[in-house]
Design a protein around this ligand. Structure first.
Ligand SMILES: [Zn+2]
Length: 332
């Protein structure tokens, strides 16, 4: 149902919108305008760059809108499609999920042509953008409720060709922290995620968590900006002189014991900081009783050991809230 004033095949730079039908009381013939920029020149590959899949993450939108302002299409060999705020209704509201339907875009793929606003966005990505794309970089952060150590997330494959292509992209991105993960499933196990449909369309895929906490992580933004430029240079789409890559720390988060969850409501006092190395069984923090301040707080532990990559920002917790997680460092 989404139309656009962009022609994906027309050479040159175009700044336009995806038009999501939105006939409402204050706007009878209106649409939600999702910003999109496209740069076409020469015969190189197509890269799709997305931010704002979750509307309360800002490093991606900052990085991608700046890139779009800076690209000289004469330098491009191939096609660059940039959507800094893919879930634009959620971005306008500053929320992870869309205010139009309450849905999380990254649990909605492949979407639905005649579905809700978020389902239509997912459907457009699946049917119009992924078939045109060779490589997708989807920039994320922890959003309002989580803060991340900036980290690239790279898929793990059993196929050696895919592994080699991914490793070349990881090297080009040059992030200090690389978490290898199962890109076809969310941490919860469900597979309605963008990475799954990128894979089904044979699109090379990188994502990452570059900060969070409803703000812009300055260090994470720099990692993301350098990384996207590095991949564009690696694919021969945009020539850029980049600083040499530093040492890389490779991590995985396979063990459920790396995650700490609240088992009751209360307010959380963390006992770790991002980047800290913790042993298995280490104290993650204390959950204090809201109504009885002198009640002994309840400890929460990490059952497995690793480096702290993620911490909850909101102190108030309910049973089931993620308090943070660690990742295990792979031997070099
Ligand atoms: Zn996100």
């Amino acid at each position: 149902m989404i139309s656009t004033n962009i022609d994906y095949d027309r050479p040159g730079a175009q700044f336009g919108t995806l038009r999501l039908p939105n006939s409402v009381h204050r706007s009878a013939y209106g649409h939600i305008a999702i910003p999109v920029a496209v740069f076409v020149n020469g015969s190189g590959p197509t890269v799709l760059l997305t931010g704002g899949v979750h509307g309360d993450e800002y490093e991606g939108p900052v990085a991608l809108s700046r890139l779009a302002r800076e690209i000289d299409v004469a330098d491009v060999n191939g096609r660059i499609i940039i959507l800094p705020t893919l879930n634009h209704p959620a971005f306008v509201a500053g929320t992870r999920t869309s205010p139009t339907d309450g849905i999380n875009l990254n649990r909605t793929f492949p979407g639905k042509q005649d579905g809700t606003a978020t389902e239509m966005i997912a459907h457009y990505v699946t049917t119009e953008l992924l078939p045109r794309t060779d490589c997708l970089i989807d920039l994320h952060a922890g959003g309002s409720s989580l803060q991340y150590m900036p980290a690239l997330l790279a898929p793990r494959w059993s196929d050696p060709d895919k592994t080699a292509r991914t490793e070349a992209l990881v090297a080009a991105f040059a992030a200090e922290n690389v978490i290898y993960f199962d890109s076809v499933r969310a941490l919860s196990g469900e597979d309605r995620v963008l990475g799954n449909y990128a894979n089904r369309h044979n699109v090379d895929f990188l994502t990452g968590e570059f900060g969070g906490g409803s703000t812009v992580n300055v260090a994470g933004l720099a990692v993301a900006e350098r990384g996207v430029r590095g991949v564009l240079a690696h694919l021969g789409i945009l020539p850029t002189r980049l600083p040499p890559a530093g040492p890389v720390r490779r991590l995985v988060m396979d063990d459920p014991g790396l995650f700490a969850f609240a088992d009751r409501r209360g307010y959380f006092e963390p006992k770790f900081v991002l980047g800290q190395s913790l042993e298995a069984g280490a104290l993650a923090g204390l959950i204090h009783d809201i109504d009885i301040p002198w009640a002994d707080p309840v400890p929460v532990h990490f059952r497995a050991g690793g480096v702290a990559m993620c911490i909850r920002t909101y102190s108030l917790v309910e049973a089931g809230d993620c308090l943070g997680h660690l990742a295990t460092v792979l031997p070099t």
